[in-house]
Ligand binder design. Structure first.
Ligand SMILES: Nc1nc2c(ncn2[C@@H]2O[C@H](COP(=O)(O)OP(=O)(O)OP(=O)(O)O)[C@@H](O)[C@H]2O)c(=O)[nH]1
Ligand SMILES: [Mg+2]
Length: 247
């Protein structure tokens, strides 16, 4: 008896996944800015927020992922980002997701009243923003997760448990040796309670493809996950967890 003929494998004519994700990131353009949550327009597309201590590298990370030099304001001087800044993503001006650059916390030179006000603005945003789909917490591995980061983790925990996507990026990894980087990864993975933690360097472009792909998947959960090329990985395969939506 002849074996049952097999259906031909579907031919994927699209470009490899990192190219798709990076091309999508490159469409980023400024959408709006607001001092507080209630000034932001309600949106019905996935929103991904970049949070972390002042000077952790949030704005630089957004510029690196979007391959644009000055989309978000980055500076050596901490406290550069002082508003909630939204950037739209999507082809031909059809917005299919939004990136949010948030002001950092923990900058010592900020007056106490301003610190408290800002913590309330941020907590309010993280708890109440309805279309918030994912949070990227940026952390300088030389400092590790600090008390303020732990407070933030407590604030978002209920939403993460309810399905909000969450990623910790250890920024400025170019400043670490390989041994230091692996140690930082292990410690922060423990602190983050098993959540996903990756190394990132804007300078060396480490982690850029991987993060772009992950965010693409967060924003397009119903589309099949693009395959990650082994060469695009920046972490040892044994430790590197597959993206959430991977089959
Ligand atoms: N070596 C190195 N420096 C980086 C990297 N990413 C950011 N920086 C530097 O870190 C400093 C702070 O970067 P920002 O992106 O402004 O930090 P931020 O988290 O947005 O800071 P706030 O807006 O104050 O919250 C700048 O001098 C950046 O050039 C990196 O990957 N490697
Ligand atoms: Mg900033």
């Amino acid at each position: 008896m002849n074996p049952t003929p097999r259906a031909p494998e579907p031919v994927t004519a699209t470009a490899p996944a990192p190219v798709i994700a990076m091309g999508w990131m490159h469409t980023a353009r400024f959408l709006t800015t607001a001092p507080q949550l209630h000034f932001l327009p309600p949106l019905d597309v996935p929103e991904i927020a970049f949070v972390g201590r002042s000077n952790a590298g949030k704005s630089t990370c957004i510029n690196t992922l979007t391959q644009q030099k000055q989309l978000a304001f980055a500076s050596k001087k901490p406290g550069r980002t002082q508003h909630i800044n939204l950037f739209a993503l999507g082809k031909q001006n059809v917005t299919d997701a939004v990136l949010t650059d948030l002001p950092g916390y923990g900058y010592a030179a900020v007056p106490k009243q301003d610190k408290i006000r800002w913590q309330q603005v941020m907590a309010n945003y993280l708890v109440s923003r309805e279309n918030l789909t994912g949070i990227v917490l940026l952390c300088d591995p030389r400092l590790g997760l600090t008390e303020l980061d732990e407070i933030l983790l407590d604030v978002i925990r209920p939403r993460v448990e309810a399905g909000l996507k969450f990623l910790v990026l250890l920024t400025k990894s170019d400043k670490l040796t390989r041994v230091e980087a692996n140690k930082a990864l292990s410690i922060v993975r423990l602190q983050a309670g098993g959540g996903e933690v990756k190394l990132f360097s804007a300078l060396k472009k480490q982690g850029v493809d991987e993060v772009a792909q992950l965010l693409w998947q967060w924003a397009h959960p119903t589309q099949p996950a693009p395959k990650v090329k082994a060469a695009a990985s920046t972490e040892p395969p044994a430790e590197d967890s597959a993206p959430d939506a991977a089959p």
